[in-house]
Write a protein that binds this ligand. Sequence first.
Ligand code: ATP
Ligand code: MG
Length: 336
Amino acid sequence: MANTPADKKASGKETVFSGIKPTARPHLGNYLGMIKQAVALQESYQCIYGVVDLHAITKPQKPEELTQNTRDIVLDLLALGIDPERSILFVQSHVPAHSELAWIFNSITPISWLDRLGPYKEETAVNSQLNQVGILDYPVLMTADILLYKATCVPVGEDQLPHIDVANEIAKRFNHLFGKTFDPIKPLLTEAKRIMSLAEPKKKMSKSGDAGISLGDSADEIRKKIKRAVTDSGSEIRYSPGAKPAVSNLLTIYGELSGKPVADIEKMYAGKGYADFKNDLAQVVADYFADFRARRAELQNDRVYVSGVLADGAARAAAIADKTLKEVKAKMGFLM
Ligand code: ATP
Ligand code: MG
């Protein structure tokens, strides 16, 4: 095959890594912030995508739900266009090197790099029961996820930027202590880097909070949710995140899914009210995911194919990851 990840690497293409947690079905924010770019990047990069179940367990998970959520996200990614012929798609816990490199990186990461992070502070402030070491430590595991593949590009939403900074700090410290091993990592952001909740437009749409529009929603559910979305005071359809956070968020979604510039959409609705705008947006969102829903329904019945994709993905990921882990251990003086 002319287009496998190994060939792309050989041709000098940069490596992309990204992960998504199997804590619930993906939502519109996950799609527009991360998955849509992940699909597009397959054209020209060596892409490696993980369903990061070891991250999911940093918050309590019911065993049967973790299994189901992992299966669901794999189906979602395949149906959205992650192509196992061109990319590596795998489940993180199938490649033990992730846990091992995270442990090694723990030994060079000061706690102060982790406990000052916004997402950690916010989560523990909201829920004092969340005091497991894993909540604090997951940026270290995320660093291992990326550096095991020597990935330099990471498509992510804006909420992940502090974690990419930590990953770069850990990479620098490793290079300093044991010799140049890792290159800097660049986050890749889209225009939709932070899609907000439809109910509380000051909060990000989240699997663990307000899931907003889930990719598991039917066309009818999508329409209902968009019609129920909160709006701002004043009836004007105008992009202004400070003054009109709710409508601006809806305009971003409209623009991303229709391919129209936001300025054109504002003109289309000049003099019209929220009801017209929301009706059309509901249709745009429902239509955009119609093919996805059909493809996913087909894939769901093909368990043999999906298991094959994951076995192949884990083997290909492990081949790269084990090589990096070996290099790291040799540099650190582990007896080989
Ligand atoms: P959780 O609430 O459990 O953390 P999540 O919705 O944040 O779930 P993740 O699996 O943590 O989803 O994130 C997967 C990817 O989606 C990450 O790159 C993340 O930055 C991105 N992402 C998450 N929420 C949004 C959002 N609202 N807008 C844009 N990108 C997002
Ligand atoms: Mg998250």
